[in-house]
Design a protein. Structure first.
Ligand SMILES: [Zn+2]
Length: 271
């Protein structure tokens, strides 16, 4: 059996057949219509703090690179999360094969080149990531848009290791301390809404927090993402339109249905 992926044969349009919730009414990503967002709704700034974070395993899942957190302390709270505390489990990215598309969320139809996801789970209400991922209120994901421009020094800790995990199933340890807060934009304006995982099983357990302002990575760093392969080293290269390249690994926007998107404006935000 061929697993899920991003080609025509196994891509997002085919997911609901295998994962019925993927056809639900609380799916992600979405197109954020900036003018339709609710402001002045009592939201405050997100409190995100990380210290001594080590990545126990940087792996190629065949769908993205994924940095699994091994040790250190993290705390995500406030904003739409109430008094619960969420902790960082992993982070990964979605990107295109060219710089004019690749993000999962879009803003008034505009795509960014890539989108970074910092995945947190609710430690106040659940006892494991797996339990939280399948439960309402279980996850909070920070979404950060990436554009191509200046190099991002912190991202080098990831991109310099990607040559060692070119194929699906390969993994390596990162010995450097990683500072996830370095991936957050300076201007902290965000949109928030109730959504889902953007990959199967597409559980509807995610409070999304999508930052409005992008960060930049260099063309070379983007090239390192695109150099990854979506298949195992001992497998034949897939004969599909992606030809085994790990690119175009984003799900297009899903319908909003009756959900509302709220906005928190950073004090630096211009009207
Ligand atoms: Zn993601």
């Amino acid at each position: 059996m061929v697993g899920w992926g991003y080609s025509k044969a196994n891509g997002p349009a085919t997911w609901p057949a295998m994962y019925p919730v993927a056809g639900g009414k609380r799916q992600s990503p979405i197109d954020i219509k900036a003018d339709a967002c609710q402001g002045n709704c009592g939201l405050n700034k997100i409190q995100a703090s990380y210290s001594g974070i080590k990545v126990s395993e940087l792996s190629n899942s065949g769908h993205s690179w994924k940095a699994q957190i091994g040790s250190g302390t993290s705390s995500l709270r406030s904003g739409p999360l109430g008094s619960d505390e969420y902790v960082l489990e992993q982070f990964h990215c979605h990107w295109g094969n060219a710089n004019d598309h690749g993000s999962e969320h879009t803003v008034d139809g505009k795509c960014y080149a890539a989108e970074l996801h910092l995945v947190h789970w609710n430690k106040s209400k659940f006892s494991s990531f797996a339990e939280a991922a399948a439960s309402d209120g279980g996850l909070a994901v920070l979404g950060i848009f990436l554009t191509v421009g200046e190099e991002h020094p912190e991202m080098n800790k990831i991109t310099k290791m990607l040559p060692f995990i070119q194929h699906k199933g390969q993994a390596i340890t990162i010995t450097d301390i990683v500072e996830p807060a370095a991936f957050l934009p300076k201007n902290r304006t965000y949109w928030t809404y109730a959504g889902s995982l953007t990959t199967p099983p597409c559980y509807e357990s995610v409070t999304w927090i999508v930052y409005k302002h992008p960060i930049t990575i260099s063309q070379e760093q983007m090239g390192a993402f695109r150099s990854l392969k979506s298949y195992h080293p001992c497998e034949d290269c897939p004969q599909d339109e992606l030809a085994g390249a790990l690119v175009e690994n984003y799900r297009p926007p899903c319908p909003l249905y009756d959900r509302t998107i709220k906005v928190f404006k950073d004090s630096q935000e211009e009207e």
